[in-house]
Ligand binder design. Sequence first.
Ligand code: C5P
Length: 419
Amino acid sequence: MKDNAVSSDLSGKRILLVIGGGIAAFKSLDLIRRLRERGASVRAVLTKAGAEFVTPLSVSALTEDKVYTDLFSLTDEAEMGHIQLSRQADLVVVAPATADLIAKMAHGHANDLASTVLMATDKRVLIAPAMNVRMWDHKATQRNLTTLQGDGVLVAGPNEGAMACGEFGPGRMAEPLEIVTAIERAFAVSQPLSGKRAIVTSGPTHEPIDPVRFIGNRSSGKQGHAIAAALAGQGADVTLVTGPVALPDPAGVETVHVETAREMLAAVEAALPADIAVCAAAVADWRVADEADQKLKKEEGKTLPTLNLTENPDILKAVSRHPSKRPDLVVGFAAETEKVEEHAAAKRSRKGCDWILANDVSPQTGTFGGDRNAVTLISDTGSVPWPAADKADIANRLAAEISAHFAPGTDKSPLEVAE
Ligand code: C5P
C-alpha cells in the first residue's frame, strides 16, 4: 500500500525531549533510541522527578549529549540558556507527561527548567501523558488537556491497560513506536487531504427509555475515533460526531458529543458540506416511541411496562442520498455476524454509500470493544480483504485509501491502492 501521508524519515529533525517523573520514564530511553535510529537528534531535559526514575547518565548515553536538569545552573545557562534550548528544536516532546506537567503547561507555570522551556518555546509541542487512571480521569486533568489541545498541543495516547499501581484503565504512556508515529505525523510534509473536509461518526447512541434508562450497545468508538485522527493526520479538516464513549477527544479534530441518533443526524447535517463522510457509529436502529418524562416505577402487582419502538433515522443513508450536499466519498461500515461480504454488499447499495468496510463482529472475534479489527473493503469494483490489524492501523489504511482516491491523476478504484 502507498503510504504517501507520513514520512518515516526523521533525519535532521531536532527533538527536545522533556522527561517527566513517572514510571513510564524508562520507555523514554527506548524512545530516544527509536528517534535516533530514524535520523533525529535528541536533546533531553530531565525533571527532578524524572531523575528519580531514569538517571541523567543513561539519558545522556543515549542522546550522546548533555542532559539539562536544572534551571538555575549557571554553567547550563552559560552554555545554553533555557530560551535557546527551547528554540533550537523542531519539536518539543514531553514523555512522560505527568498530570503535574500537564497542569503546569495548561496554566503557564514556569518554575523549573522543563516548565520554563515549555513556556518559552515557539515550536510545536507533543505530549505523551502517563499517569494513574484516576488522575487521568480527574476533571482537572481532562480540563487541562482540553486547554492544551485548544492551544494546539498534540497528544499521543495514553493507552489503556494494567498500571504499575495495580489499577487498570487509560493512563499508560503510549509505546515508543506509537510516539514516533505521532512525531512523524507532526512532521508529515505531505498532507494529501489538506483542504478537504471530513465528517466521521463514532461510538454508540443512547436512546432514552425514561430520564435514567436508555437502550445502547457495546460500541467503544475506538475505530471511529482512530479514523478521525488518521484523516486529521493526513491534513483533513475533521468533525467527529460521537455518541457516549470513554475515549478522549482526538487531537486536532473538532469533536461534537451527542447522545441519540437524532442528535447525531442533526450534528452531521450541521457539519455538511464535506468532501468525505465516514459513518463508523453503531447507531441504534430503534428508539423508544413514547419516552417517559418521569422514571418508570416498579410497582408490585402492576403489569410490566411495554416498550414501543420506532425506527431511528439512518445517518449513513441520509448522507449518501443527501439531495444537495452529498459528500464526494461516503464510507459506511457493516458489522455482520454471518455472510459478511454478501450482507455488506447488499447494504452498500441499499444505503447508497461508495465504500463499505465490512467486519465480522461475531463474539469470538472480539471486535466490539477490542483493539483489533479485520475488515473487507467493498466498492463498486469489488472487494479487498485487509489483514487483521490494530484499529489504528485500519484507520491509517483507510485514510491512505481515501487520500489515494482524492489524489489527482490516480485511478479512483480502491483496488488499485491495495497491496
Ligand atoms: O444498518 P447497519 O446498522 O448495519 O449499517 C451500518 C452502517 O450504517 C454503519 O456505517 C453505521 O454507522 C451506519 N448507520 C447510520 N445510521 C443508522 C444505522 C446505521 O449511520 N441509523
